[in-house]
Design a protein around this ligand. Sequence first.
Ligand SMILES: O=P(O)(O)O[C@H]1O[C@H](CO)[C@@H](O)[C@H]1O
Ligand SMILES: Nc1nc2[nH]cnc2c(=O)[nH]1
Length: 290
Amino acid sequence: VHNKCHDEYQKTADWLMSQTKHRPQVAIICGSGLGMLADALKCQDSFAYSDIPGFPQSTVQGHAGRLVFGELKGKSCVCMQGRFHMYEGHSLCKTTFPVRVFKLLGVETLIVTNAAGSLADGLQPGDIMIIKDHVNFPGLVGLNPLCGPNDDKFGPRFPAMSGCYDKGLRRLAMEIGKQLGVAGVMQEGVYAMVGGPNFETIAEARLLHRLGVDAVGMSTAPEVVVATHCGLRVFGLSLITNKCCTHIDSDSVNHEGVLEVGRLRSHTLQQLVTELISRMEINNNNTSNN
Ligand SMILES: O=P(O)(O)O[C@H]1O[C@H](CO)[C@@H](O)[C@H]1O
Ligand SMILES: Nc1nc2[nH]cnc2c(=O)[nH]1
């Protein structure tokens, strides 16, 4: 466990607030190949992760490594073009570092996106799965970013995780999907995080299928756990980039294919996320700073 102290998050948040006038209400974490979600932001201020004090570095192709602030339909946003994964060798505390920084910046709502493999018969590559719940496999065996001394300033020792994906935002997203004419490729499902970096064996994919998992990836759950712990409202979506290999004659998965599906669906995802942000209500009752 490599816990960070409150001051380290605060230092990064203070530095960012000294560099930009934006005071974001919504944060977006872009999944593999989904960095274009930041392109919709107006009046951008952007920072390379390597220039931000305390920030880890992105090492995965398809994750640019840039934090972008900007306005979207009257709401102030911050967008991570590139996330951190456990398999890159980061501690879970590092992979989730930005989430607590967002909290200190005054963010109320976190939107997490990812690329994921499908285990459900009804989920095809190109489909969008609204995450209704997750199975945090590393977390179940103690690889949890909240391990170690609890920081009561962020949240309780034993936070509830039932209902961590906001029901109202899920409903709103499905409604927007209908209006955009993409409801046919959208459905809710359960996301499971595995450690990676290898894709699943056939036996592992079959096991996940039998456990009721709809889509699998190597991220997201730790970010959502940390966000829920500190009281952020969370919305999550998976872009289904491939079917998991459940038979010896299934097509095998590769990262280039994952990124390609992201490119093909970029426009739809951008529309969906933009509309969601535009129509979500913000309470403005976050008193963590400014
Ligand atoms: O979860 P994101 O970052 O979207 O990326 C997913 O895609 C990569 C594999 O192609 C893995 O990193 C997996 O987690
Ligand atoms: N673990 C895992 N992660 C993914 N990310 C994108 N596709 C996949 C997949 O099939 N399995």
